[in-house]
Design a protein around this ligand. Sequence first.
Ligand code: NAP
Length: 534
Amino acid sequence: MAPPQHDVIVIGAGFAGLRALHTLRSAGRRVAVLEAGDGIGGVWYFNRYPGARCDIESYDYSYSFSSELEQEWRWTQRYATQPEILRYIEHVADRFDLHRDVHLGRRVVRAQWDEAAGLWELTTEGGEHWAAAFVIWAVGNLSTTKQPELPGQADFRGRILHTARWPHADVDVTGLRVGVIGTGSSGMQSIPILAGTAAHLTVFQRTANFSVPAQHRAISGAEDAAVRADYPARRARVLASPSGLGFRPRREATVEVPEAERTAIFEQAWDGAGFGFGLAFRDLLTDQSANDLAAEFIRDKIAQIVTDPTTRELLTPRDHPFGAKRPVVDDGYYATFNRDNVSLIDIRTDPIDRLDASGIVLASGATHALDVLVLATGFDAITGSLLRPDIVGRNGLSLRQKWSAGPITYLGLGTHGFPNMFTIAGPGSPGLLINVLVGIEQHVDWIADLLADMDERGATRVEATEAAERDWGAHLLARTEQTLYPKARSYYMGDEVPGKPRVFMLYTGGLRDYRRILAECVADSYAGFEFDKD
Ligand code: NAP
């Protein structure tokens, strides 16, 4: 085999992969990015469904590594829409000349560590071979879509669309009968928009979900100028916050705050905080009584909004703590069910039996005629895109084998048996429990520093130790047990895919603690990692 042309191969050209390319290339490394899609942007390239937008404020869901970039980009909305985010990503790629090292249409199907050569050898779906000393998986937590196989799907004469594989050309549902399966963020964001033009919209709900209002608004010139003048302080506030959103939860225990004051705090958060509603108090995800109060507040809001009593009850979440399953940030979701052209079907009590030529048939025999069926059914989350390729480490150990009972990592960055391999913002890290942009930048900078340290040591190989990842696994579990997360069936726990191991896959200790732990690891000469030269 010819000597490899690259020091580092990064898989995925979303926010994480592009940041890795820029940072590592700027450090003088030869980097290639392999991207399965036909364009850059990762989830923001694929998730083009109507209403798709971020629920982290635009300024905070942006790169922080370049003050020039911060100053030249103008965000127009408090929560950027998918097209605006994709334009931003394209702008970054042009601005930092990233396209030349991104290779599109390359789905990596196999990665094999060659111990003798000290190289990762990668194979793409098209049969190409790539090699590099280091491999970085920047494949995202929510990128392998879940497409339920409905019996009779081939018979259906209408169109089936998945929110995360939405066509690039406009989909016009004017005058059509539309069905939506799934009421997570993608479903709840698209339902109000689809209802606006469809002749009739039928929502097939399995689990009622908590949602808080996004409170979208345009960003005025004055507000934008104020943010740009204050960017460093804003970034510092984000880094000092537990979730990377810049919010500091109130210190008091929820139940200790007098009722009238507590309600006023919830009202204020409901009216303005968007996703930050969940951070109104510090203990909403650790104390059941506190959580009950927040959940009851939202149930009351639903009761005030939804007029039909049966629909209202169906939309009211009662089977999990608020926030233990990813809550949604919506724009008029509950009110949409007051429209005459919208109906809600409870598929928990009357499940979908099959599709026939004209639409959905329920177990009871009831039929719902449809022209378009939207699958907002989500993803094989967190580990899906890491276990889809065949990743083979030292001594023929496959990642699928190693993670057969759930992901095992050290700090969410490396895993024993897989030298010179890193994951970004994936399992074992805070991942999507925090502002993932912050998590991504933190990981990329940490890896870049580690590679620089290896150069100084004269080391060519790095690998997490078994003991370190065992301790990290125990720490993850201990932190999770302090929370209410295990009380919900969620994709954080692997519940979204039948047969997936049921373990909580992320670090729940928050951004600040995680940053401290990573810094301590560095200060301790990368304790928990082994090098071929110390
Ligand atoms: P999701 O949260 O996993 O929701 C999937 C929905 O489909 C759930 O209601 C689920 O019901 C239902 N479902 C799945 N399989 C089904 C089946 N076989 N039959 C019937 N119903 C089924 O997926 P998502 O809405 O795409 O969102 C995923 C994540 O992406 C979000 O949590 C968020 O982190 C991210 N996201 C963010 C934004 C944003 O930032 N604004 C927007 C969209 C997505 P059950 O609950 O009963 O399983």
